[in-house]
Design a protein around this ligand. Structure first.
Ligand SMILES: [Zn+2]
Length: 117
């Protein structure tokens, strides 16, 4: 059974909106993943370094977005499986305020703290 203390549909809508928002950033990321072209005629050494640095930052942002997309997909699967809002470790209901802050959280505050230590 999903979390009983929250409006699941509301969280589902929020997660779907998040998924759409993340999907729309994907095109920009595809460009960023292309290798930096070495074109000495139009690009000097310094700007090539800049290009590499910009690309590294884009790649990092893309990696973070991949993780976010994965987390959103997991949360949506958990809604489908009637396990949304339940802690993965102890199966207690995660505090609604915590889920409002981040609907992709999978642990209650106690288990999240225990894991960090
Ligand atoms: Zn827990």
């Amino acid at each position: 059974m999903n979390h009983t203390g929250i409006d699941i549909r509301q969280f589902e809508a929020k997660l779907l909106a998040l998924r759409d928002a993340l999907a729309s950033t994907e095109d920009a990321e595809t460009d960023a993943k292309r290798p930096v072209e070495l074109d000495q005629s139009s690009v000097g050494r310094l700007s090539r370094m800049d290009a590499i640095q910009v690309q590294a930052m884009s790649a990092e942002a893309a990696r973070r977005n991949d993780i976010k997309r994965q987390r959103v997909a997991t949360a949506l699967t958990r809604i489908a499986n009637n396990a949304f809002g339940l802690c993965l470790e102890c199966e207690e209901e995660i505090h609604p305020k915590r889920l409002e802050f981040d609907p992709t959280l999978l642990l209650c505050v106690e288990c999240a703290n225990a894991r960090e230590q």
